[in-house]
Design a protein around this ligand. Structure first.
Ligand code: CA
Ligand code: CA
Length: 248
């Protein structure tokens, strides 16, 4: 009797240990689902408005196009290299290039900081799309534009013909209070060459690797694999437990 039991036990142990090894190796190959702790925070301030693309995807639109001047803060899930593309607009009449019933030449300004250390600076690529009033002529003002290039926000868009952004001092842009209430330390205000006349501008920048050098998981192919289950929302479970306890 004992002689028969021993081989079966050995086989069982062998089977169990091999299935254990399999699950371990598969779990190490599997990617987990991202959590909010994998995201970074983007702070963006534009005089007067912007739209922001990251890696070809629209991620943020200024919720207040004109005034008051606001800071948009959004959570983004980064992957590197990270292509940032921005369309920024000054407030202007598209016919005259002026504002406030053609009584004023307004000026622009754009600044951005991510919590991975990404900041705007003069290394960013820039292209003006719309500008005026031509020759600063406020008597018979007119605005000129070129077409927005197709796929200007795409990762593989060729911006090699674009110039560099120009940095502007805080005093030149004169940002309003929401700017001072957010963290833009280390970031520079940028625009194209003429912060007053250039009314619609495009920016592009590629962040090759995280500026803070933190190791991060790349979740871009998450939908092509079977990810590990994420941890359950503990807040809700604990809340339910508390509610159940209260009922009793
Ligand atoms: Ca302007
Ligand atoms: Ca303005």
């Amino acid at each position: 009797m004992m002689k028969r039991l021993i081989p079966i036990t050995v086989i069982l142990i062998a089977l169990l240990s091999s299935s254990d090894a399999r699950s371990q190796s598969s779990s190490s190959a599997r990617i987990r689902k991202p959590q909010m702790s994998d995201t970074i925070r983007a702070n963006v301030y534009a005089d007067n408005s912007f739209i922001l693309y990251i890696n070809g995807e629209l991620v943020a639109v200024d919720s207040i196009a004109f005034v008051p001047h606001n800071v948009i803060s959004v959570d983004i899930l980064p992957s590197y290299p990270m292509t940032i593309a921005v369309m920024a607009k000054d407030n202007f009449d598209p016919k005259t290039g002026m504002e406030y019933a053609n009584t004023n030449i307004g000026d622009g300004g754009f600044i951005l900081k991510f919590t991975d250390g990404t900041v705007t600076c003069g290394d960013w690529k820039a292209k003006k799309i719309s500008w005026g009033p031509i020759d600063r002529d406020t008597k018979s003002p007119r605005n000129e534009s070129v077409e927005v290039p197709n796929n200007w926000y795409a990762v593989d868009f060729d911006d090699s013909e674009w110039g560099k952004a120009k940095e502007y001092a805080e005093e030149q842009v004169g940002p309003k209070q929401p700017y001072f209430d957010s963290d833009f330390k280390g970031a520079k205000f940028i625009w194209t060459d003429d912060i007053a006349l250039d009314n619609v501008v495009l920016f592009r920048h590629v962040v090759k690797s995280p500026p803070d050098e933190k190791q991060r998981v790349d979740f871009r192919n998450l939908n092509n694999v079977i990810p590990e289950n994420p941890p359950r929302g503990q807040g809700r479970q604990e809340g339910q437990r508390r509610n159940n306890g209260a009922k009793r």
